[in-house]
Design a protein around this ligand. Structure first.
Ligand code: AMP
Ligand code: GLY
Length: 447
């Protein structure tokens, strides 16, 4: 972004997690950013910047804080404040916001809405049926056959999806959602490796970040229940050439165009969750925010100053941004989670060894569910507690460093996956389709 004079941008970051810690860390490295504030933050964030104890999901509280601090940019991290209308309230004060309005956040908040937009924009995705009761669910399951994919229609922090070969388990999950007053989306199963691609959007223009891979299940070899994500690495050496351009052309830009056409322009990150299936690239889901923990790995490699980039997106000026610059290194993030996550995580335990881990070359620790106790010591305060992030000359080296760091972190009962990036490091990921070569199937069958 040469030609742009040095700015003195003051930023407020909303959210409590690892993603927000990573964002704050990168903002502080931007010479154009003069000051960063966070709300509510966590123990890691509060060591870096002033934090404010407000309810980050309360639109008026966030707008009032942004006004009082006279910030030039608000970055909204998680989906909950976006779905609650925090961006709308801040935008109404005239302060630029990186994060979609409530209406555009429906792309994540309602899977049925996302499917409707995808169908309209001819975005390739899994065929899907909406069910509102057990009979409809049973019929939808039998339409697609096993493996069954049943998704809670609303926000569920990545835990509302059940993928199973067991028809009874699929039906039971649907029933749980109906009992809670919700509906479900039932889909055809998508095979093939998954990719997370973050696309910055300013309402009209799109700029993709470097693709990453996330590890959703709690246990090694993708076993156990879904979590918010147990680790990530980037870039993806095995991804087909042209994948990013294909996703911009067939997914992100058509979606952004459709949202603008509807009068609900999308500003923020369109997080495209993809499956590279035997029949071509398919969208698994949209999220309307940076992924966690992918962001911890992706931002570790981004050399373009983050604050200027997010401000350009917030102001509708992404077309003025130069091509993004990236470190040549590979980044790996390994999440350390509490005992019993993702069920009912144990919290309140001392975390030791953080300084030792951070002293390793190319390693840093990003806090997620942490807090300071009365003595100012760092204790666990959530399911995913922290991520050890490492940069290395290749994936093998980055993994070694990240796991060296993880071994130094002490938290009673904690768990982590030992296979983050392992298949890729061993060249075991097979993509069985040439992207761009196959015709796109229009999403259909949406009831
Ligand atoms: P979602 O919340 O939609 O991202 O789903 C969480 C995880 O469930 C995804 O990352 C996939 O691993 C899996 N999943 C979701 N939809 C499908 C599908 N149609 N086929 C196969 N796996 C899926
Ligand atoms: N790691 C996936 C997500 O943030 O939803």
């Amino acid at each position: 972004m040469h030609h742009v004079p040095l700015l003195t941008v003051k930023v407020l970051v909303i959210g409590p997690g690892g993603r927000e810690h990573a964002i704050v860390r990168s903002l502080l490295a931007d010479p154009n950013v003069s000051e960063v504030h966070a709300a509510p933050g966590n123990a890691g964030i509060s060591k870096l910047v002033p934090t404010h104890r407000i309810d980050g999901n309360d639109p008026q509280a966030v707008a009032a804080l942004a006004t009082r601090l006279a910030v030039d940019l608000v970055v909204v991290g998680p989906e909950a404040p976006l779905a609650a209308g925090v961006s709308d309230a801040v935008r109404a004060t005239g302060i630029p916001v990186f994060g979609p309005d409530k209406a555009a956040a429906q792309l994540e908040a309602s899977k049925a809405f996302a499917k409707e937009i995808m169908a309209e924009a001819e975005v390739p995705t899994a065929m899907a049926l909406v069910a509102t009761n057990a009979a409809e669910a049973a019929s939808a399951l039998d339409t697609f056959g096993a493996p069954y994919v049943v998704k809670d229609d609303g926000l569920a922090a990545g835990k509302g999806v059940v993928v199973t070969k067991d028809r009874d388990e699929a039906l039971a999950h649907a029933q749980t959602c109906f009992d809670a007053g919700g509906t479900v989306v039932i889909e055809e199963f998508l095979d093939g490796p998954e990719v997370s691609l973050f696309v910055l959007c300013d309402g009209h223009n799109t700029v993709a970040l470097s693709p990453a891979q996330d590890f959703k299940r709690i246990f090694d070899n993708d076993e156990g229940p879904n979590t918010g994500g147990m680790g990530a690495y980037t870039p993806l050496e095995w991804a087909p050439e042209g994948l990013v351009q294909e996703v911009i052309d067939r997914v992100a830009q058509p979606t952004v165009n459709e949202m603008a056409r509807r009068g609900t322009p999308f500003v923020g990150v369109l997080f495209v969750g993809l499956a590279l299936t035997t029949r071509g690239t398919r969208v698994i889901e949209f999220n309307v925010r940076f992924g966690d923990p992918e962001t911890q790995a992706v931002l570790a490699r981004l050399k373009t100053p983050l604050g200027s980039l997010l401000l350009a997106a917030a102001k509708g000026e992404l077309d003025r941004v130069d091509e993004l610059r990236w470190s040549k290194e590979t980044a790996v993030a390994v999440v350390v989670a509490s005992e019993n996550y993702p069920d009912t995580p144990r919290t309140g335990d001392r975390i030791r060894g953080l300084k030792k881990a951070e002293a390793l070359d190319g390693v840093h620790v990003i806090h997620a569910g942490t807090a300071l106790d009365n003595d100012g010591k760092v204790v666990s305060a959530g399911g995913r507690v922290l991520a050890v992030v490492a940069l290395g000359s290749d994936l093998v080296e980055a993994r070694e460093k990240a796991y060296d760091g993880v071994e130094l972190v002490q938290l009673d009962g904690s768990q982590f996956r030992s296979d983050i990036g392992r298949k890729a490091a061993r060249n075991e990921i097979k993509v069985s389709t040439a992207t761009g070569a196959l015709p796109v199937t229009k999403a259909k069958g949406l009831a």
